[in-house]
Design a protein around this ligand. Structure first.
Ligand SMILES: NC(=O)c1ccc[n+]([C@@H]2O[C@H](COP(=O)([O-])OP(=O)(O)OC[C@H]3O[C@@H](n4cnc5c(N)ncnc54)[C@H](OP(=O)(O)O)[C@@H]3O)[C@@H](O)[C@H]2O)c1
Length: 182
């Protein structure tokens, strides 16, 4: 299920210049403090308007439980996890693996899917399921942390869509995955 699926999959994520999405202990202050200094919603509101379903890994779902208010109340939220109990949270649907998740999205009629969490994004990339990525890069080198990218089983060619520079030297670029049929 790659190009003929009935939904699009998008990434919208903040990274350090050296490609980390969180410190190893999950700390995000390096990102959130600079995002605030950039003085804008960084395009998130426009992005999320076209999203009906959020897919995230357990590693993103669990820290998000501390957010008040819950950020995805108006979306269908699916957590990919082999360990989270299926009845853990009435606000989310749990799926155990990628195949089960894809069938769920298809059966449900999802159209615009926001894919979040490093491991999950890499799993989607490996399966050829990501259509577009918006990477918001903050000007810091962390040296170590939880990575966005990793082995993906071969080159994934990209097409640059746009780049915008915000305050606090925050740079946001959007790329489309290039497919020969495009
Ligand atoms: N910088 C940003 O904008 C941003 C955005 C999102 C998240 N974050 C941060 O990134 C960290 C989480 O990222 P992460 O890469 O560590 O984790 P993640 O992708 O959010 O979640 C990883 C977990 O998801 C489950 N999972 C992933 N792929 C799976 C598959 N194919 N089948 C079944 N289950 C699968 C596994 O859960 P089980 O172990 O239960 O099987 C795995 O441990 C957090 O600190 C979060 O706050 C930052």
């Amino acid at each position: 299920m790659t190009t003929r699926r009935p939904f699009t999959c998008s990434v919208f994520i903040g990274i350090s210049l050296d490609g980390f999405i969180a410190r190893e202990d999950g700390d995000l202050h390096w990102l959130t403090s600079r995002g605030e200094a950039a003085g804008d919603d960084l395009g998130y509101d426009a992005f999320i308007e076209n999203i009906d379903t959020v897919v995230m890994g357990r590693g993103t779902y669990e820290p998000g439980l501390t957010y008040d208010p819950w950020p995805h109340a108006d979306k269908h939220v699916v957590v990919l996890s082999s360990t989270l109990p299926e009845d853990a949270d009435p606000r989310v649907t749990v799926r155990r693996d990628l195949d089960a998740l894809l069938w769920h999205l298809t059966e449900r009629g999802s159209k615009g899917v926001y894919v979040d969490g490093g491991q999950v994004i890499r799993a989607f990339l490996r399966a050829g399921l990501i259509d577009e990525m918006t990477l918001t890069t903050v000007p810091v080198l962390l040296g170590t942390g939880l990575p966005l990218f990793g082995p993906v089983g071969g080159d994934i060619p990209l097409v640059h869509v746009s780049t915008q520079v915000f305050g606090a030297s925050v740079v946001q670029s959007t790329y489309r995955i290039h497919r020969p049929s495009d």
